[in-house]
Each structure stands twice: as structure tokens, then as C-alpha cells.
Design a binder for this molecule. Structure first.
Ligand code: CTP
Ligand code: MG
Length: 260
């Protein structure tokens, strides 16, 4: 059997600088309790356990001393042998936070995995699939899952009371070609740098439409490869998602990682 290609020197940029409006805890989402720890700590432990990272760079809400302290303690806990843990102030948008993270990477990094702290329970196997695809030569890799619901387009209603106005279906989308995209998204460092450099030229409306890093790479015309994601990588966005995540931690298998 042939050996798989060796992995690139990799940094994980963890974006954790959001305010968590939709979760509604009145504190940054990264600091919200999950099980016996915070959302951020679960995300960090998962990354370190996967052993893909030489450096973990965390973008935190600017001036959040509590989260900064948490990262300090985690750094001390890792001591020797673990990845370098770096903390930076995030920005106003997710893309700004990613850029702040990239700017703090150490010399010698060849690949970057950009990961939402909000996907706190992403399994190790997904990190491995993304890192392995990069090692095999892909410049950009995203984990994704097929869409299970039927998806339709509608004539969106606007104006006051729009939520109550009945919408009319304009079509049904062929589901076979659709994917729900997750993080960690992996990139060769030069590809990610080029993508984010190009993003600076977008106008405000175009920037607002950019919801992930792969989209910026697509704009360059560079192929983005897809590997299998995991339902366990759910993005904790609403209170119901937090209940799901709590359920995963307490699940009948009693294991932290229940799904590859
Ligand atoms: N994020 C970030 N910097 C921002 C905005 C978002 O680092 N300025 C991060 C979040 O911390 C999160 C990830 O991007 O880990 C995905 O964003 P989202 O789920 O939207 O988190 P929030 O922006 O915190 O939530 P909300 O939109 O409900 O306020
Ligand atoms: Mg947000």
C-alpha cells in the first residue's frame, strides 16, 4: 500500500471574535458555556487533539480580557509539545478576523485551516480529511454535507409585514448538486493570502455577500475541492443549536467524538 503524502506545516486560524447576537447570551459566543467548558475551549481542544496544527491563531473580540485569559491558560496547559497558541484582536466582520489571524502566522507555515469557533464539536476526522487533501495537492479544500431538505426558490416579498406575506414558489432546486458547507476550510497559504488581498477590492455590498473563505478563492478561479464534513460540525448559532451540542456531549455513546 502506498503511503499518503506527508502533511504541510499547518496553522489553524480560529475565528472567535463574533458577538453571538443570535444566540442571545449577552456575551461573545466563544465565552458561552458548553458542557463544563466554553464553546471556545471545546473548539481549541478539538483542534489540538487532531494534531494537524503547528500554530493555532485565535481571533478574539477586541479587548475581551476573559477570553484572552482563557487562551493564556490553555497555552500554559499545553506547555511543551503542543502547537504555538497565538491570540489576536478580531475585526468588524468575519473576513476581517480571518485577515487578522493570517497576519499573525509564524514563519514557515505552508497551509492554513480557517475554523469557526462556533463549530466547537467538529471531529478530528474532518481536520484530517482537509489536511490530507491539501497534502495531496489541493490549493483549497472545504468540508461539506449533502442537503437533506427539498430546496425551493420563492419570489421574496419585501416591505412592512413581509414575514407574514405569503411567498410564491418560483422553482425547485436540483438537490443533488447542493452542499452545505462547513469549516475547517483549508488553503495553501499563498492561495489564501491572494484571495484575501483580492477581497480588499470588493465594494461594501460584495463584501457583505462573502460568507466564507472558499468563496474568495472561487473568485480567483482556483478550484476548491470538497471532502466529507460531519453533522457533528454544526455551527452553534441559535439556542436550539446549543441544545443539540449539549446533547452530543452527553449522548448515549458518552464520547466526545461520535461521528467521523
Ligand atoms: N466571527 C469573527 N469575527 C466577526 C464575526 C464573526 O471572528 N467579526 C466568527 C464568530 O466568532 C464565529 C464565526 O465567525 O465563530 C461564524 O460567525 P457566526 O456564527 O455568525 O458568529 P457570530 O457573528 O458571533 O454570531 P451572530 O451572527 O449571531 O452575532
Ligand atoms: Mg455573525
Amino acid at each position: 500500500m502506498s503511503e499518503s503524502p506527508s502533511r504541510l506545516v499547518t496553522a489553524v486560524v480560529v475565528v472567535a471574535a463574533g458577538s453571538g447576537q443570535r444566540l442571545g447570551y449577552g456575551m461573545p459566543k466563544a465565552a458561552v458555556p458548553l458542557g463544563s467548558e466554553t464553546i471556545l475551549m471545546h473548539a481549541l481542544r478539538g483542534i489540538v487533539a487532531s494534531e494537524v496544527a503547528t500554530q493555532v491563531c485565535v481571533a478574539l473580540p477586541a479587548g475581551d480580557e476573559g477570553l484572552r485569559q482563557l487562551c493564556e491558560e490553555f497555552r500554559a496547559e499545553l506547555a511543551d509539545g503542543g502547537p504555538l497558541v497565538t491570540v489576536v484582536d478580531g475585526g468588524d466582520t468575519r473576513a476581517d478576523s480571518v485577515r487578522a489571524g493570517i497576519a499573525a502566522l509564524m514563519e514557515g507555515i505552508e497551509a492554513v485551516l480557517v475554523h469557526d469557533a462556533a463549530r466547537a464539536l467538529a471531529p478530528e476526522a474532518v481536520f484530517h480529511r482537509v489536511a490530507d487533501a491539501l497534502a495531496s495537492g489541493a490549493a483549497a479544500v472545504i468540508p461539506a454535507l449533502p442537503v437533506v431538505d427539498t430546496i425551493k426558490t420563492v419570489a421574496a416579498t419585501t416591505g412592512s409585514g413581509a414575514a407574514l406575506a405569503p411567498e410564491v414558489v418560483t422553482g425547485t432546486v436540483a438537490r443533488g448538486e447542493l452542499r452545505m458547507v462547513q469549516t475547517p476550510q483549508g488553503f495553501r497559504l499563498d492561495t489564501l493570502l491572494e484571495a484575501h488581498r483580492a477581497a480588499q477590492d470588493l465594494d461594501r455590498q460584495q463584501s457583505a455577500a462573502v460568507t466564507d473563505d472558499a468563496m474568495l478563492v472561487e473568485m480567483l478561479g482556483t478550484p476548491v475541492h470538497v471532502v466529507r464534513g460531519s453533522t457533528q460540525s454544526l455551527k452553534i448559532t441559535t439556542p436550539l443549536d446549543l441544545i443539540f451540542a449539549e446533547g452530543l456531549l452527553e449522548g448515549p455513546l458518552g464520547a466526545r467524538w461520535v461521528e467521523g
